[in-house]
Design a protein around this ligand. Sequence first.
Ligand SMILES: NC(=O)c1ccc[n+]([C@@H]2O[C@H](COP(=O)([O-])OP(=O)(O)OC[C@H]3O[C@@H](n4cnc5c(N)ncnc54)[C@H](OP(=O)(O)O)[C@@H]3O)[C@@H](O)[C@H]2O)c1
Length: 357
Amino acid sequence: MGFKVAVVGATGNVGREILTTLAERNFPADDVVALASSQSVGREVSFGEDDILTVQALDAFDFKGIDIVLSSPGSKVSAVFAPRAAKAGAIVIDNTSHWRMEPDVPLVVPEVNPQAIAGYQKRGIIANPNCSTIQMVVALKPLHDLARIKRVVVSTYQSVSGAGRDAMDELFNQTRSIYVNDPIKPEHLTKQIAFNVIPHIDVFMDDGSTKEEWKMAVETRKILDPDIAVTATCVRVPVFIGHAEAVNVEFERPLGEDRARAALREAPGVVVLDHRADEGYVTPAEAAGDDAVYVSRIRRDPSVPHGLNLWVVSDNLRKGAALNAVQIAEILVTDYLGGRRGGKVEALRRKPVTAVN
Ligand SMILES: NC(=O)c1ccc[n+]([C@@H]2O[C@H](COP(=O)([O-])OP(=O)(O)OC[C@H]3O[C@@H](n4cnc5c(N)ncnc54)[C@H](OP(=O)(O)O)[C@@H]3O)[C@@H](O)[C@H]2O)c1
């Protein structure tokens, strides 16, 4: 007997990637259910190479008998359905921002704080961090272990897929409109995104930062270390898939670039590609479709006593969302739920869940 899994938001960018990732990694599921809004009932979504799932309505779905829910239906929907699913006995791994900062909900990146998964028992919910936070903390963790990070200054270059299917369509349609001289009307993003960049992701906060910038600071502290100061500027760029980040890090102790590069090479989930030559760094277009967090442009920051600069790139739909959630589910079934569905768990035990495939 394998596990029974529900994917909520299965027609969306993240949900479809979750289905792909479950199939690619041979997650030990006997039954996978695809759920979305009532307007998608009856639609079909692919599960792996051969299987097709027919979408059911989240509203009417009874979660009794479901072991794990992987969800990405937006914050407002998660706020309502996740407690209902948890009450029925399922464990919800949620990609939205709704549960992340609840003190009794673990916020997990398997390469950084897998031990936090144990906290799922309190509410039956585990939160997946923001896509920009995930790739940054995967790269920061090995450096923090070596020299303790004091402060991070990060600027992001975030692809439109991070804002959902509609934003991807908007970039495509605006690009076409510009070529055929049609007027441009922003609908899902706040300003023109084609051939432009927008320094505004999520809503504005009272202090002038955006909520995306706030999330990077508070989530990094919850996952990695409550004493790290983080300041972020988050920018949407006309890229379909893959987020890039220019990360400036200040340490308590000395950390040379060679030692940092060597530690990052050993770190789970990280691939270092760092040559000071024309093709010696990774761009989002190259990272799209991959599992890794790529680190390039590792160099000393001479403006502070112990500082480094990094360029960090990853596929926001994979490590930034679906892969991270599925890795959490793998640890959950391997280390915590073995008793529920016996035999299938052994196969995962032999697989390093934090490895880059
Ligand atoms: N994209 C990323 O890089 C990323 C990364 C981390 C976290 N997230 C978070 O994940 C969530 C989804 O992102 P996305 O990019 O996948 O968005 P998306 O492409 O717009 O997809 C949204 C999904 O939610 C479903 N949904 C909407 N309202 C629903 C309702 N009332 N009941 C049930 N399902 C409903 C949609 O179903 P229908 O097709 O039926 O409307 C669709 O499957 C957001 O909260 C986002 O912040 C996204």
